[in-house]
Design a protein around this ligand. Sequence first.
Ligand code: NAD
Length: 423
Amino acid sequence: MEVPMPNQEKKSHKESLHDPFTNAVKQLEKVGEILNLESEIVETLSSPDNLIKVDVPVEMDDGSVKTFKGFRSQHNDARGPYKGGIRFSPQVNESEVKALSMWMTWKCAVADIPFGGGKGGVEVNTKELSKEEIERLSRSYIRQIHKHIGPDQDVPAPDMYTTPEIMAWMVEEYSDLVGKESPAVITGKPIEAGGSQGRTEATGQGGVYVLNRLSEKRNLDPENTSVAVQGSGNVGYYFATLAAQEGYKVVALSDSKSAIYNKDGLNVKKALDYKNEKGSYEGFNGGKQINNNELIELDVNVLVPAAVENVITEDNADKVKAEYVIEMANGPVTPEADEILRRKKTLVVPDVLANSGGVTVSYFEWVQNKEGKEWSKEEVLGKLKDKIVPAFDKVWDTMESYDTDMRMGAYILAVSKVVDAMK
Ligand code: NAD
């Protein structure tokens, strides 16, 4: 018998704790108990309706053919067509796409848009491919899955390492295969290919609407509310910019390599311009250089993880001093950390609500494509506010009536809506 070394045992225990699909099913089972759902319903929702696995052959620049593994998980379409991104990443695997597709079902229900949940991906490191190879990969993936997607069936979008340009190639390929222009099959396209105004800032803007509503609920005065934002990509950039414009005191910002802190408030525009020009915050003199671990533990009112998953874990949750955590990234707080934060009375605004601005504007893009309309940015962002603020209030009310936290409130609300639609 092989005796595992202690650290190996610890690693595999941690790995199983962080297996995304196991976590997603555990959350669902908890909601099932609270709502007293029939076991058949919980069982049906515990696995995707369809899991499509495909080989994606790509002709490389040297003439050889490489085959990559592709997936599309379609979790539930009771409320409308499956909806969710396609990621190109070496970490893509079956468990990940299944979990992410389930979370999309809940997110669309919380956001109150008529979609179900889907997610897809290809296991590939795009940094090792040329632009032409990425285009051939994108088109090949669509050729493999095109029978399973469609404007009224399953509507993909960009995700990690996929871009609006990639979406445009995919739509073109799909339209060729079905023999008609089908812009509504995929969202997150460039404007000139049928994308929506306001999509770029939608997720960050949605997060700031959420922050404003939270401030109203808790009587926070923006000028005296300090905010630390982890990540300066699409989401972090717009969240920090728009929060500063609303008068919040943004005191910290980071990227994968560097972080800065100024307890009196950063000049956000200057800091982001510096980062865009120099590639990192190193050398920026408007704040103190810190690291990403220190950012998580800062003495601030609001902590906004807007970069990657699993940054608040059982190892650092105890050291979080913020009273509020707004999850702009997907899955930044592990379930164990969530438990610790709950005990400390830290209020966590869950990702399915906080970052739902992106999918909401994707839905607006789909509506515009189907109706042949083009809305202005003001119209799009106004409609976003009209969706996300009531969504916040419904989650808040559910939290209060079930005497639970916001994450559970969001799941209870989402699962109830999906189960109603199934029935
Ligand atoms: P992005 O790639 O544009 O930016 C990611 C940022 O995170 C970069 O600033 C990067 O430097 C930083 N980063 C990477 N690794 C890090 C680490 N280990 N520690 C700290 N920072 C790190 O991505 P994005 O579109 O801004 O997405 C960020 C998160 O928000 C992801 O979890 C994504 O799934 C989620 N999200 C994005 C959208 C959207 O519309 N873009 C919508 C919903 C959810």
